[in-house]
Design a binder for this molecule. Structure first.
Ligand code: ADP
Ligand code: MG
Length: 399
């Protein structure tokens, strides 16, 4: 069973969530509901925090946040996914992260207040159809839906790139994950049937139409390795070390985005071997994003498939963020009828692969990949047959 039938039922979520809200916080309140999508990255992995280019799309899996104001100074929250309630005191003087899901909500509230948005107390009910912790950015979907809901009850509006920055700050500075800006921007500005070419330095972006004949099939390894957070922060530090070294020869560079492959090769032996390989992934991946966009405009899907394959190999060999499970899912996809391209997506060490597949072949493709993965590892992969979804918006109770 793939997940597309579950996705159809998503139209009922706002109504369901309004009911959950009433049973937790009482009926007859002025409840508003906000919905923000998860995202899948088509290409451009680990380039966002190097000021580079990425090509994600928002997906039609979402987090919903139902909200109504309160007269006290609490954020009272219920997460349907965890079946758990929690309270946050908006006036707490020295809030600390607790390694708990509420950190994301508290972090967003803190960063909104730091940005000059005065928040009233509020009750919030949250539900997500984005799988949690699978590399499809349930964290950004949670942050962006909650930020939009809190802005609404405070009567403020902010431009979407600013909302994305505030959410990123919440995750960087409060939760403690040094994520780049891609996830939050995709959740804010995604559009139906569009991929997003984002320049992570300027935050300028361009929406590229997804071709009608191509489906994004996301395969979940169902595995997340424990050390992924630490490894992610290590990769960031290694990129910074690379910039620091290369600055001796190219003082104008500010990030790996500013380095060309020729410049990197010219100083290959001046860098520690590990740092060279990390830089090689980022510099070549950034180039691959730009090449993908050229191919996209030409409709050259064979070239896009080739670039996705190269991206996976680079992430595996040079950046060392793949895993046996991710490699198996990519191998299980290779050569299948209808496949355009396959690679790991997201930070790595488990999570998901993205597969671009011709529409007519999707059913056969998902069956074959699921079976191959089950035979290899005995694990049932979840498969999400997605389209590019809309960015954050308010939805209505009976939508
Ligand atoms: P990803 O963003 O790839 O899904 P992360 O580890 O970055 O993985 O974020 C997942 C975490 O975000 C969850 O473990 C939980 O703490 C929080 N989270 C996401 N969605 C929800 C939700 N609906 N309710 C409560 N917490 C959530
Ligand atoms: Mg995340």
């Amino acid at each position: 069973m793939d997940k597309s039938s579950d996705q159809l039922r998503e139209v009922h979520v706002p109504h369901h969530l309004a009911g959950v809200f009433s049973s937790h916080f009482g009926a007859n309140q002025n409840v508003r509901i906000f919905r923000a999508p998860g995202r899948v990255n088509i290409i451009g992995e680990h380039t966002d925090y190097n000021d580079g280019f990425v090509l994600p799309a928002a997906i039609d899996l979402y987090t919903w946040a139902a909200i109504a104001p309160r007269s006290d100074r609490l954020l009272s929250i219920f997460s349907e996914n965890f079946g758990e309630s929690a309270e946050i005191d908006l006036d707490e003087r020295f809030p600390k992260s607790r390694d708990h899901w509420t950190d994301y909500v508290r972090g967003v509230a803190i960063m909104l207040q730091k940005a000059g948005v005065p928040l009233p107390g509020a009750s919030l009910a949250i539900y997500s159809s984005v799988p949690l912790g699978s590399g499809l950015s349930s964290s950004a979907a949670l942050e962006v839906s909650v930020a939009s809901a809190l802005l609404a009850v405070s009567g403020h509006t902010l431009p979407l790139p600013e909302v994305a920055r505030i959410c990123q700050r919440a995750e960087n500075e409060f939760v403690g994950a040094r994520v780049g800006i891609m996830d939050q921007i995709a959740s804010c500005v995604g559009a139906s049937d569009k991929a997003i070419l984002l320049d992570c330095r300027s935050l300028n972006y361009e929406l590229l139409p997804m071709p009608a004949g191509v489906t994004m099939v996301i395969c979940n390894t169902m595995v997340k390795h424990e050390h992924s957070g630490g490894e992610y922060n290590d990769r960031r530090a290694q990129c910074e070390e690379g910039v620091c070294n290369l600055k001796k020869y190219y003082p104008q560079i500010r990030a790996l985005r500013d380095v060309t492959l020729a410049q990197l090769e010219a100083h290959r032996t001046d860098l520690p071997e590990l740092i060279y390989r990390r830089c090689h992934h980022v510099v070549s991946e950034n180039e691959r994003v730009l090449q993908t966009v050229v191919a996209w405009h030409k409709g050259d899907w064979a070239q896009i498939g080739k670039l996705m394959a190269e991206s996976h190999v680079s992430l595996k060999r040079d950046y060392e963020v793949s895993s046996r499970e991710l490699d198996l899912l990519v191998e299980a996809a290779a050569g299948r009828s209808g496949l355009i391209g396959a690679r790991m997506t997201g930070g790595g060490f488990g999570g998901c692969t993205i597969n671009l597949v011709n529409n007519a072949s999707v059913a056969g493709f998902t069956d074959a990949v699921r079976e191959a993965y089950k035979n290899a590892l005995g694990i049932d992969a979840e498969i999400y047959v997605t389209t590019a979804g809309a960015g954050v918006s308010e939805v209505h109770g009976n939508a």
